[in-house]
Design a protein around this ligand. Structure first.
Ligand SMILES: Nc1ncnc2c1ncn2[C@@H]1O[C@H](COP(=O)(O)OP(=O)(O)OP(=O)(O)O)[C@@H](O)[C@H]1O
Ligand SMILES: [Mg+2]
Length: 239
């Protein structure tokens, strides 16, 4: 069986794609053979792995587009560039099993995220393929008005908002040392690890079930019976 491929994507820059990717790679390195696939020419993922001590759990470094088969791994975590083209986005979605979109709770980012998610749903055919998709709010300072705005925006899109990660120096520290927060002193990262649990649970469930129906997404839309001119009943989705 091929690897489970986790895609971390958002066309907006600096939202935490590489941070999520490296921490996911760190987590899954304890679960099975893991590779970090870097599709970004900035190569933050590759550089992070270069800083990683060889005594740590092994994570292979793959420069994204060069790689075709996932047979050598159990988990492949894909980091993507800011400003990704629609064509690249579509081809990465097609090969991924699980999609994660980090979003920052700032008004500008919320608008950018809305545009990106619309593109993703329309061009990535997310709804029809029912690929599991989750939104992660990153660098969150809870109880701010912007955070509430983000929550209600996501609710209005009926997209699964799986967790919020706080703004924490632990991520900076981990990045510098080529590790994930899962490899740090538990006393220091307790709160952060707790915030990751809903996302990790969600990924494991989604990966196990394959293309599981999304929260809200998979629910059949209400249908109304409409009669054609010939009197035949036709089912139509209610908008
Ligand atoms: N939860 C967090 N707490 C503190 N700092 C964070 C957090 N998430 C990300 N950062 C920091 O924010 C900066 C941007 O994060 P990151 O590089 O992961 O974003 P990105 O989406 O990959 O950016 P790009 O689009 O440029 O590739 C980095 O310096 C990172 O260390
Ligand atoms: Mg990045």
């Amino acid at each position: 069986m091929g690897a489970k491929q986790i895609l971390v994507i958002n066309s907006k820059g600096g939202v935490g794609k590489s941070t999520l990717t490296s921490n996911l790679a760190s987590y899954f390195s304890f679960k099975g053979r893991t590779a970090l696939c870097d599709f970004d020419r900035q190569m933050s993922g590759v550089r992070w792995l270069e800083r990683r001590d060889p005594s740590r759990r092994k994570i292979d470094s793959i420069t994204g587009w060069e790689y075709r088969s996932g047979d050598d791994y159990d988990w492949m975590i894909m980091d993507t560039p800011a400003g990704i083209t629609r064509k690249d986005m579509m081809s990465l979605i097609a090969r991924s099993d699980v999609i994660i979109i980090p979003v920052l709770p700032s008004p500008i980012d919320i608008h950018a995220a809305a545009d990106f998610i619309r593109d993703l749903v329309v061009y990535g055919r997310i709804r029809t393929t029912q690929k599991p998709l989750a939104i992660v709010a990153n660098r969150v300072k809870t109880n701010t008005a912007v955070y509430d705005l983000l929550k209600s925006f996501l609710a209005s899109l009926r997209l699964p908002f799986v967790t919020s990660l706080r703004d924490s120096q632990n991520y900076i520290h981990a990045s510098i040392h080529g590790i994930g927060i899962f490899e740090m002193d538990p006393l220091m990262v307790n709160r952060d690890i707790e915030q990751w649990q809903p996302l990790l649970r969600w990924i494991n469930e989604a990966a196990e079930k394959g293309r599981m129906p999304l929260a809200n997404h998979g629910r059949p839309r209400p249908r109304a019976v409409v009669h054609s001119r010939a009197g035949k009943p036709i089912l139509r989705a209610v908008r």
